[in-house]
Design a protein around this ligand. Structure first.
Ligand code: ADP
Length: 484
């Protein structure tokens, strides 16, 4: 049995800004379900502490004269412990973990996540009075990047795994931060944290972890190229023997159309007819025309270039010529929010745009739509294309990263094998996206064909169990690398 310290900066349902939270909420439970011992360590954000319910002070310790408190709570509906670390109140502010209300990174992010990393190392080395030492420290994205780097300086350390959820976010700070943080000077080197004269937190994970993985096999290959490598492709290629891809699963309890309490009517692949009630309810909720024949195309996500929102905006003049309704839920760059809102005002019966974060609505959109757009420029794994398949909502995705690994294009050969689950297109262009939507529209007109695609997607196994077993193998490899 492994003892795993899972280091993360967000966990669903305690605090979430994106897919990392979903993984951090699900993978520890799935690992526990296959007999592993897991504790999550998270900064002590006030909202997260509140959501965790019953919490108690478990330890107080000092690092270089700074007091750190460790508060213990539980991941709701599980026996996984969550250890909240607080230090000088650095996390004691409400709102987004990384950015202030103005959308700009908190000015003291380097200090916040450096202290977090240092405190995690104390926990990992069993120096905080918990009488617990992990065999594996599993870090995630740049906020925990310093942990493998600092642990590499310890003798008798646990093995380390670093998961890249999104390489575009790297935690890069000016050199002055390096000096201010008092990091060991030997970490200031090209084969350590230095990145173009700045300090890169993510490099701490990429250079020093025993094993690196990312959240889909295709993204693991893509990030070794200039197009997707964000300047780190050389390093990643250099470490390719230690780099792999493991697809995320989805939380099948939370995303289950047969039991989803947000829905107007629950349904399964055998009762697809009941999905219609969700379409009608969605149209009513969003003040769209109550038309039973149009097809509903939706999109949920961060409104940023990565997600191809600019392509969707350029497509809207064409989309309004087709017999469809477009539903969008998201927030992000204000230029996209404004343009989308403009289109919704112009075509209120055909286009519904909700700016904000709304979990209930996201479920109702998945259930009430016919198709789901993900024209991402890059997509490490992506979750919504899996939710969509589970909800009988056919995903239209670009052939990148996890989208390429989880959606099977509806072309004659895949139909023949009975495996088609969506529409896949190649190029990041409005033209290619339009072609894909038209292809979907033609398939939609052929009801039996369409329902075969829906049913096939609904029966796919996106469970975390499969992924958890692969992580367990990765942990074993990391331990053997740490020993050698
Ligand atoms: P990323 O992590 O790049 O944002 P993912 O597809 O991996 O993208 O995960 C995004 C998660 O956040 C999904 O669970 C998605 O449903 C959810 N999500 C994104 N934006 C919103 C929103 N505005 N309202 C509700 N859920 C959202």
């Amino acid at each position: 049995m492994e003892k795993i310290l899972f280091v993360t900066s967000e966990v669903h349902p305690l605090i979430k800004t994106g897919g990392l939270a979903d993984v951090s909420g699900s993978l520890p439970r799935a690992l526990e379900a296959i007999g592993q011992e897991v504790s999550i360590v998270l900064p002590a954000y006030p909202e997260a502490l509140e959501s965790a319910g019953d919490c108690h002070l478990r330890s107080t310790f000092h690092m270089h004269g700074t007091e750190v408190t460790l508060i213990e709570g539980r991941l709701p509906e599980s026996s996984v412990a969550v250890w909240f670390l607080d230090c000088r109140g650095l996390f004691n502010r409400s709102g987004n973990p990384y950015v202030g209300e103005d959308g700009r990174p908190w000015p003291d992010n380097a200090e916040r996540f450096a202290l977090f990393g240092r405190a995690v190392v104390e926990v990992a080395m069993n120096r905080v009075g918990l009488s617990w030492q992990p065999t594996i420290v599993h870090c995630n994205d740049w906020p925990s990047g310093l942990v493998p780097a600092l642990l590499s300086l310890e003798s008798q350390r646990p093995a380390t795994v670093f998961t890249i959820h999104n390489l575009a976010y790297q935690g890069v700070f000016p050199f002055s931060a390096f000096a201010r943080l008092g990091l060991p000077s030997r970490l200031w080197a090209l084969d350590a944290l230095e990145f173009h004269d700045q300090v890169s937190f993510i490099k701490g994970g990429l250079v020093f972890a025993d094993r690196i993985n990312t959240v889909s096999p295709t993204y693991a290959r893509e990030i070794q190229t200039v197009e997707f490598g964000c300047g780190l492709e050389g390093l990643l290629h250099h470490r390719r023997e230690r780099l792999s891809g493991i697809l995320n699963g989805i939380d099948e309890n939370q995303w289950n159309p047969a039991e989803d309490h947000y829905l107007e009517k629950t349904y399964t692949h055998k009762t697809l007819d009941r999905k219609k009630a969700n379409r009608t309810a969605l149209q009513a909720q969003l003040n769209l025309a109550a038309d039973p024949d149009v097809f509903i195309v939706s999109l949920i996500g961060r409104l940023v270039i990565q997600k191809g929102i600019d392509l969707v905006l350029d497509l809207l003049p064409e989309l309004v010529r087709l017999p469809l309704q477009f539903v969008l839920l998201g927030s992000g760059e204000s230029r996209f929010e404004q343009s989308l809102t403009y289109w919704a005002r112009r075509y209120p019966e055909r286009i519904a745009v909700t700016i904000g974060y709304d979990e209930a609505l996201s479920h109702r959109i998945e259930a009430g739509s016919d198709m789901f757009l993900m024209p991402s420029r890059f997509e490490p794994c992506g979750l919504n294309q899996m939710y969509s398949q589970r909800y009988g909502t056919v995903p239209i995705v670009r052939k990148v990263g996890g989208l390429a690994d989880t959606v099977v294009d509806a072309i004659p050969s895949s139909f023949a094998q009975g495996g088609a689950t969506g529409i896949v297109f190649d190029e990041a262009s409005t033209g290619a996206l339009l072609e894909a939507v038209k292809r979907a529209w033609l398939l939609f007109a052929d009801r039996p064909q369409w329902e075969r695609i829906q049913r096939c997607g609904m029966q796919k196994d996106f469970s975390w169990k499969l992924s958890a077993e692969q992580y367990l193998r990765l942990y074993e490899q990391a331990q053997s690398d740490n020993r050698s």
